[in-house]
Design a protein around this ligand. Structure first.
Ligand code: ADP
Ligand code: TRP
Length: 334
């Protein structure tokens, strides 16, 4: 079993990233047996699709590395690195550009969302983004890729690219990866709008809980979260048609490690006046220690760089055989 996932180092981690992705990474790392391995990386090569200055980019990579360690990724047990330090990603991406089809990329909904009406004006990088993502996964022969629901399509594309490459070049160069999508927390929604996902690109900071928010900010955001006037039902089924209520109950269940049904049973008949303070307490007590570890680590440039350099060495060594096999299969190098 080989687990791999990545996250773009742009902006702060929020509760959606934590529950939808990172917490799952930590769980997989902690449940790993000695014959398996986890690779987690900062997708800084993907982040060139967003314009940022040099200093900001350097800071983002370190801050995201600090956040991952604070959330529980252990660089001694998992390989933690940033993509730019492992050139094999860019190399394999180019090789796979010969395999990926324009028609496949044209179906990518993330590209359509991010490009919006400005299709002709966005960078080629944004368009090819899913091919680089396929290279990330295939380089390491990853079997399990824990991601949020929104990345499912990119993983399907990765499998299509792997199948076509293996077929075209008549060699089993790549392993087909499976996405691991946690059901309950696949989509944490905005605190302001139950139909929009919680996202770092939402202009309203009130829409999300950042892992850097202090206790007061967390409590205040929960207090102001949009809800409805109805009391909580006794079963999760009763939350149908109440997206904001469903989201808050889902967040509570995920943080408490229970189910939405159990949360409903516990708060049945009570209004949000009672539920919100309980949710705020739960969030504060769970996120406080993560924030403390993050603050302690984030300015320790030397320690963070050392982690990433060491991780990149291990990653490069693990990627090498697959990259060579791809060149060889294509007749570019033997
Ligand atoms: P954002 O949407 O804030 O820009 P990213 O696209 O960088 O976040 O996502 C990083 C990881 O977090 C991905 O695996 C993604 O699926 C997951 N993720 C992002 N937002 C959410 C959310 N609201 N609920 C669940 N998972 C999420
Ligand atoms: N595209 C992913 C996101 O936006 C990040 C990512 C890049 C990734 N490469 C990956 C995730 C490889 C899983 C595997 O969240």
């Amino acid at each position: 079993m080989r687990v791999l996932s990545g996250i773009q180092p742009t902006g702060n981690l929020h509760l959606g990233n934590y529950l939808g992705a990172i917490r799952n990474w930590v769980k997989m790392q902690d449940e790993m047996d000695s014959a398996s391995q986890c690779f987690f990386f900062l997708a800084d090569m993907h982040s060139i699709t967003v314009h940022e200055g040099r200093e900001q980019r350097l800071r983002n990579v370190r801050e995201m590395a600090a956040a991952l360690v604070a959330c529980g990724i252990d660089p001694e047990r998992s390989v933690l690195f940033n993509q730019a330090r492992v050139p094999a990603h860019a190399e394999l991406c180019w090789l796979l550009n010969g395999t990926a089809r324009i028609g496949w990329l044209n179906r990518m909904t993330q590209f359509k969302d991010k490009a919006g009406k400005n299709r002709e004006g966005v960078s080629i990088g944004l368009y090819v983004y899913p091919v680089l993502q396929a290279a990330d996964v295939l380089l390491y022969q990853a079997t399990h890729v824990p991601v949020g629901e929104d990345q499912k399509q990119h993983l399907e594309l990765t499998r299509d690219i792997a199948i076509k490459f293996n077929t075209d070049f008549e060699r089993e160069v790549f392993t087909l990866p499976d996405p691991i999508i946690p059901k309950e927390t696949a989509r944490i929604m905005s605190l302001r709008d139950g139909s929009a996902k919680m996202s770092k690109s939402d202009p309203s900071d009130q829409s999300r809980i950042n892992l850097t928010d202090d206790d007061d900010a967390i409590a205040q955001k929960v207090r102001k979260a949009k809800t409805d006037p109805e009391p909580l039902p006794s079963e999760a089924k009763g939350l149908e048609g109440r997206p904001e209520a469903l989201n808050l109950v889902g967040i509570y269940a995920a943080m408490a490690g229970t189910s939405a049904d159990q949360v409903c049973a516990q708060f049945a008949g009570q209004g949000f006046g009672a539920f919100k303070p309980a949710l705020a307490d739960l969030l504060v007590s769970s996120l406080h220690p993560i924030r403390e570890r993050y603050v302690a680590l984030k300015d320790d440039q030397a320690a963070l760089d050392a982690i990433l350099v060491k991780g990149a060495e291990k990653a490069a060594a693990a990627a090498e055989p697959t990259l060579r096999a791809a060149y060889d299969a294509m007749g570019l190098m033997r």
